[in-house]
Design a protein around this ligand. Structure first.
Ligand code: SAM
Length: 225
């Protein structure tokens, strides 16, 4: 199910309605959650930031608003998602979007002060490869934010899945949202993810839950020398 070609074509198909459905399914909370979690990063003037799996660029644009004096690069492997991101970008010269696979990032070692991934890792079969790539391109002591569903078995997670099924029952994107529910079941939960990062020489800084623990933001520091 997590075949990269399948995932890419799914997001290419979803691109036009992605922002709209996201707002609906999250009952409008996703914007809040994204902005609040980004506020917990320390984004200094001139920071070079990479947003992996940027999609339509939500995290990228919110970060630019938080600190306009930054250079942000967004990468994604779906052309159609990036098309929307590029439309939203207008002429902003501090933002660049590139078509690239998160498993082989086209950047040199130690290129970025901050890396973010929003709702991305869960979609990638070899997510460990992505974590290693992020560690490679992130400077020593650089910050990493992973924002995603907590993938816990909690009550509110089941409520969320039910709401997702109801909202999408009448759309032609039903398969895509069935995938969303399945991908949450298959992926590591937030605590397991934190353990994995620790094993991979990252310092765990903090975790912030949102939306009754349905969503979790985990913050790490790159511990490589
Ligand atoms: C759920 S969207 C998240 C978009 C955005 N970060 C947000 O928070 O709204 C996941 C994105 O990950 C991208 N993606 C999945 N696998 C990828 C890979 N191997 N390399 C690059 N992008 C990938 C998809 O194309 C999609 O745009």
């Amino acid at each position: 199910m997590k075949n990269p070609d399948y995932i890419k074509s799914m997001f290419n198909n979803l691109a036009k309605s992605y922002d709209f459905f996201n707002r609906i399914i999250s009952l409008g909370t996703q914007t809040f959650v994204k902005k609040q979690s980004l506020k917990l990063l320390s984004i200094s003037n001139g920071a070079k930031i990479l947003d992996v799996c940027t999609g339509t660029g939500d995290l990228t644009f919110y970060m630019q608003k938080l600190n306009p004096n930054t250079n942000i690069t967004g990468v994604d492997f779906s052309e159609k998602m990036l098309e929307i991101a590029n439309k939203k970008k207008n002429n902003n010269k501090n933002i660049k979007f590139y078509l690239a696979d998160a498993r082989a990032l086209p950047f040199e070692e130690n290129s970025f002060d901050i890396v973010t991934v929003g709702f991305g890792l869960r979609n990638i079969e070899n997510y460990e490869l992505v974590i290693d790539e992020i560690q490679r391109v992130l400077k020593p002591r650089g910050q990493f934010l992973n924002l995603d569903f907590s993938c816990d078995d909690g009550f509110f997670n089941s409520v969320f899945d039910l709401l997702t099924q109801i909202f999408t029952a009448f759309t032609n994107k039903k398969t895509n949202y069935t995938y969303l529910i399945e991908s949450k079941k298959e992926f590591l939960n937030s605590s397991e993810l934190i353990s994995l990062f620790r094993q991979k020489n990252w310092i765990f800084l903090k975790r912030k839950y949102f939306s009754f623990k349905v969503i979790a933001a985990e913050f790490f520091r790159n511990n490589k020398k």
